[in-house]
Ligand binder design. Structure first.
Ligand SMILES: [Zn+2]
Length: 252
């Protein structure tokens, strides 16, 4: 029974974490479904990594995202990460998922698998129906590839292409601070490799690559941040699980 609706700035909570990094979360989406929206302050401009479901305006409610010129990066193009991208003039995504950002649908953003009224603790408005949910088109103004750099003036984030969860999944690596933004490639929860465009072999290869990146802090697409030890455990668990006897990928 819906007894309360939440709109406006109560929809989002913002937490400053140090290193010029803030975490913005959609407070009333259940933890399993909501993504982490990361804001990084730079000298010349700011960066947003992912933008949430887009059911309540980010720009109208979170001052932090309007203070400076900002590039909105998509870690990948699943609905829970790109719903607010249309609100920003500068948008970047890996080339492999540019089509989804430009022409989002329930199917290609995986909304059809996950979106339901059940995902909200409190819905965005009293008469809100998840069936009416849509991701607005937000064609990229910059296509990202392996090795590209997002330059904020005093901070530089290298794009690491890590397909598997989805074909255009990326992580953003800041060598100077050993901070890695990992999107949905690795987070501290059950990793998903069964979407229509997931690829387990690619995922395993991406995890092997991640091992060699000397990250000390990982800010992920979902759940809590973690350090290097946990990163290696999560990588090992995933790879071991997919190579276990009886798992088709182990026979290749
Ligand atoms: Zn995803």
């Amino acid at each position: 029974m819906i007894t309360q609706a939440v709109t406006g700035n109560k929809w989002y909570e913002t937490k400053k974490l140090g290193d010029g990094i803030s975490l913005i979360r959609e407070s009333h989406i259940k933890p399993f479904y909501r993504c982490n929206i990361w804001h990084v302050r730079g000298r010349d401009r700011d960066m947003l990594i992912d933008s949430g479901m887009g059911v309540v305006s980010l720009r109208d409610n979170v001052r932090l995202v309007c203070e400076r010129p900002l590039v909105a990066v998509a870690s990948h193009a699943h609905f829970d990460h790109i719903g607010g991208h249309h609100e920003f003039a500068e948008r970047a995504v890996h080339a492999a998922e540019a089509e989804i950002l430009a022409y989002p649908s329930w199917r290609n953003t995986v909304a059809e698998t996950w979106v339901s009224d059940d995902m909200f603790v409190i819905p965005p408005s009293a008469d809100y129906k998840a069936a009416d949910y849509e991701v607005r088109p937000a064609p990229a103004t910059r296509l990202l590839h392996e090795g590209d750099v997002i330059d904020l003036g005093d901070r530089h984030f290298e794009i690491i292409h890590l397909p598997g969860h989805s074909p255009g999944s990326i992580a953003l690596w800041e060598e100077a601070t050993a901070i890695l933004f990992s999107g949905d490639v690795v987070y501290d929860g059950e990793l998903l490799d069964n979407a229509y465009h997931s690829n387990v072999e690619h995922y395993i290869a991406s995890m092997e690559r991640l091992r060699d990146i000397p990250a000390r802090t990982v800010h992920a697409g979902h759940f809590t941040s973690f350090g290097r030890d946990r990163l290696l455990e999560l990588i090992d668990d995933y790879v071991a699980g997919r190579r276990a006897p009886g798992c088709p990928s182990s026979q290749r």
